[in-house]
Design a protein. Sequence first.
Length: 390
Amino acid sequence: MASADAVVIGGGIAGTAVALELARRDVSVLLCEQGRTPGEGATTWSGGLLRAHHTAHCVTALAARSLPVFQHWGDAVGGECGYHRTGFVMIVARRLLGHLRHNAAAVEAAGVATEMVSTASMAQRYPALSFAGQQDADLVAAYEPDGGYVDPAACARSLLAAAVARGVRLSEGVAVTGIVIERDRVAGVQTTLGRICTPTVVLAAGAWSARLLGSAGLQLPVEPRRIGIARAPVDAGSGPLPAGIDDTLGTYFKAAGRQPGGGVYFGVTADPQVTLDALPAPITQDEVQAAAKRISIRIPAVRAAAVCGARAGFDGYTPDRQPIIGAADVPGLYISTGFSGGGVKIAPAVASLLAAEIAGEEPDPLLAPYRPQRFVTGNLIESEYRYVHS
Ligand SMILES: Cc1cc2nc3c(=O)[nH]c(=O)nc-3n(C[C@H](O)[C@H](O)[C@H](O)COP(=O)(O)OP(=O)(O)OC[C@H]3O[C@@H](n4cnc5c(N)ncnc54)[C@H](O)[C@@H]3O)c2cc1C
């Protein structure tokens, strides 16, 4: 029977990152991925937008702590993460200016550069963006020059390579079918290739997490959703694009590729009607049309373009749309899941803080809001200064 100090379930960005961080702390790790890393979940399909700007400031703190890892990936991890510093813009209705200022101040306090900008200056810097008919009287924006995006699949692959170089054993194509609990604590996992003995399990199984825990009679409020993005070509002459969220339209976007003309990726509304026993259904024409209609208000070139690609992946969503990170009530069981459509930009900080805790270090206050117990105590994470859609 195989054994390890810790078994990590899931080879997406959360699982590979925590496996590496545990190995750095001399914990012997076995990572089980039912598919092939970067896995069958969100990480493979993700848009990978990077931003520190959030309405819940506990997320701002984790994103700010993660940004330097993405910026210096070669030294911090090795290999490539595909960081593209395009800048990030958060656009909200003018009546929310006070909230935008508070949230931008939290970004600044966390050590990430940001500035309040006019829509006119954004249109000048990024001619592909249009604010026609909605000028400064209606909209306000905050800009992060270091924002942009990464390639999440490349992140997971290089995290895994670094982890394996440090002795992490990889079981690809191996599904965990159950968590073995004996004498009220974790004793191992059951897999499609037999049992593995371990005193520590890290559940990083994304959208599949609740179903797996349910098999051990444990509950986790994580429901699967299918998230999509679509890609449209944009004329190279319209210049570079930033990454961005437009709260007034309820959508987000980023450049597709490093060259102007590579096009734009834009968000498709998340779908809660999913079955985990099959691959995510492809994005439909109706979904794309609705998404393209929204984004073309801000990026008019999309209106005339034929959408030429789409991606869909499953992610786990929690009731407060924030991840669940930390020790469960069963000793030996740790959770890192429920990233609710935003797990990439905070993955390095989450993994390092959680691994430190598992290795016996004092729990870091940055993870305190994310504990699984908050759903029992009712202490859900709330945004300090909300917008309409986030
Ligand atoms: C289209 C799209 C756009 C997105 N855009 C962004 C963005 O711009 N910025 C951002 O930060 N985030 C974004 N996200 C969300 C982000 O990608 C996810 O939050 C993050 O990748 C979750 O990582 P994870 O490792 O928790 O889960 P996953 O990547 O889903 O990994 C979980 C892994 O566990 C494996 N697994 C499940 N059950 C088992 C089992 N029983 N045994 C073994 N293995 C198992 C699965 O195969 C899977 O590979 C986006 C997601 C999608 C789909």
